[in-house]
Each structure stands twice: as C-alpha cells, then as structure tokens.
Design a protein around this ligand. Structure first.
Ligand SMILES: NC(=O)c1ccc[n+]([C@@H]2O[C@H](COP(=O)([O-])OP(=O)(O)OC[C@H]3O[C@@H](n4cnc5c(N)ncnc54)[C@H](OP(=O)(O)O)[C@@H]3O)[C@@H](O)[C@H]2O)c1
Length: 254
C-alpha cells in the first residue's frame, strides 16, 4: 500500500514512516521540506493521488489555528475528495479541557468529521519525551513543582506510531470513526517523573512544592484529565522509566 505521512520528518511522523516501510509498504513523507504545505495546499493534491491512506502527523503549535485546525481541515477535505482514508493523531482527554492547544485539537477532530470522508482518529496520551519536558519545566533547582496531585499516563511514541500504521493498513471505515485511545502502561505523578529525570542525570531527588489549583486550567491539570478512564484505552509500549533509561543523561527538546 502507498501511505502518505504528513510531517513525516517529525518526531511521530518519522516513526510512522519507519514502521510503514518495515511492514513492507511504501511511505511517502509530505511536509514543507518535501514540497507539501498544508497551510496553502501546495503539493497536496499531487501527493494524495494514488494514496491508500494518509497519516496526519504534521502540526505546528506555534502557529495557533493555522496548522492544527485549518490545515487539518484542508487535508480532510482533500482526502475526502480523493476518497482516501485519513488517519489522524489526537490527544486523550480534550473534550473538556481549557488548554488552548487541546481546544484546537478538538476543533481539528470536528473539522475532520465535518469533511465527511473516511477517517480514523486515534487519541494518545502525552509522549514520554513531552512528559520529561513538562517535568524539566516544572523543576527549579532542587524543587519540583506540582499542581495538586498532577499525574500523566505517558506513552512511548513508537507504540503510538504502530497503532497509527495498524489503522492505515487496516480496513477503511465508511465515515468518521474514533479508534480506541492509546496510553502507556502506568499512571505516573509528575513529581515522580521529575524525580526520575533528575536522578537520571545524577542529581539528587527534588523536593516537592505543591501549588493549589487556582483557575480552570490549573484545576484541569490537577485533576489529570488527560489520564484515560480505567479500561477505556489500549495500554502498551515501554514505561516512562524504561524509556528514560535508554536516553542520554542530559535530555533536550520536547
Ligand atoms: N507530543 C505529544 O505528547 C503528543 C501526544 C498526543 C498527540 N500528539 C500529536 O502528534 C502530532 C505530531 O507531533 P510531533 O511532536 O511529532 O510533531 P513535530 O515533531 O513538531 O513534527 C511536525 C511536522 O509537521 C510538519 N509541518 C509543520 N507545518 C507544516 C505545514 N504547514 N505543512 C506541512 N507540514 C508541516 C513539519 O515538517 P516541515 O518543517 O518539513 O514542514 C514537522 O516535521 C501532533 O498532531 C500532536 O498533537 C503529540
């Protein structure tokens, strides 16, 4: 099969490209560096011609609605016009979350549904790399900040890529369909993530500073709304600790 991967050079997209190829199918990366710009539509029709599915991993969180919402809708309309199966990556727990990026991701899903073509939407929890970034951002010197009992159920990006490829190579739905959410094997408090990350680079365990949840956003974070309800998600991939053990002592990026 011929599988187009938007954002195929990005963190998730590159893993999807690898997985498609490893399973003996053709992966075609589509992003600005390969001449496809989803915000203008340049190159889009050409790359979708003869595609069996398109896995949408392109995004740019720095551009507000432009890529997350509008470019996704543009892609969904184009995929629907071509009769191509659109496989979209979204985030667990965005139905009632005040974080602006999560609201955009919800509008992206709604745009895909409105486009009316065959689409599979997979919601995943935070990737291990992003979870480590959160913990580093919340660690100041020897202190790790938590909001209430903030916890996550982080997931291995490779596991998410495998599920996206399962969907892309699987049967095409007749319309918009939500796949079963995916998450990592365990729930971890952000203070435990901070401890693991700091001790991973040889520093002492941080002391916890607990902030009370003030306002809608902090309340949502403290309620760990991105952790899937028990039994509602497929769990798999490496634990955060196992993933961390394979990383260099000093983490960088997201
Ligand atoms: N990180 C997490 O914890 C997490 C959890 C759940 C879901 N997700 C979802 O996973 C997806 C991928 O995240 P990621 O971290 O892998 O992203 P990433 O590494 O930042 O890669 C995004 C890619 O999008 C491409 N891109 C940006 N603007 C574009 C445009 N206008 N047209 C075409 N391509 C464009 C970029 O390639 P060029 O520069 O070549 O255009 C880039 O390689 C996102 O939708 C995110 O919401 C992430």
């Amino acid at each position: 099969m011929r599988i187009v991967v938007t954002g195929g050079a990005g963190d998730l997209g590159s893993r999807v490209v690898r997985e498609v190829t490893a399973r003996g199918h053709q992966a075609v990366s589509a992003s600005r560096r390969s001449g496809v710009d989803l915000t203008t539509g340049a190159g889009l029709d050409g790359v979708l011609t003869d595609a069996d599915a398109v896995v949408h991993c392109a995004d740019d969180t720095s551009r507000g609605d432009d890529v997350t919402v509008y470019a996704t809708r543009r892609l969904a309309d184009a995929a629907a016009a071509h009769g191509t199966h659109l496989v979209h990556i979204s985030i667990v727990g965005i139905d009632d979350h005040p974080l602006s990026y999560y609201r955009r991701k919800l509008r992206a899903e709604q745009g895909i549904a409105a486009a009316g073509g065959p689409a599979s939407v997979l919601r995943a929890t935070q990737f291990h790399s992003l979870t480590a970034f959160f913990a580093r951002s919340l660690t100041v010197g020897p202190f790790a900040v938590t909001i209430g009992d903030m916890a996550l159920q982080p997931v291995d990006t490779d596991f998410v890529a495998q599920r996206l490829v399962d969907l892309a190579l699987g049967p095409m739905p007749t319309a918009y369909a939500r796949a079963t959410d995916v998450a990592g094997p365990e729930v971890v408090a952000i203070t435990e993530v901070a401890r693991l990350v700091r001790t991973h680079r040889g520093a002492s365990a941080p002391r916890t500073v607990r902030l009370p949840p003030v306002g809608r956003l902090m309340r949502a974070v403290s309620e760990s709304r991105t952790v899937p309800a028990a039994g509602s998600a497929d769990l798999g991939g490496r634990t955060f600790a196992d993933w961390l053990a394979a990383q260099p002592p000093r983490l960088s990026g997201r």
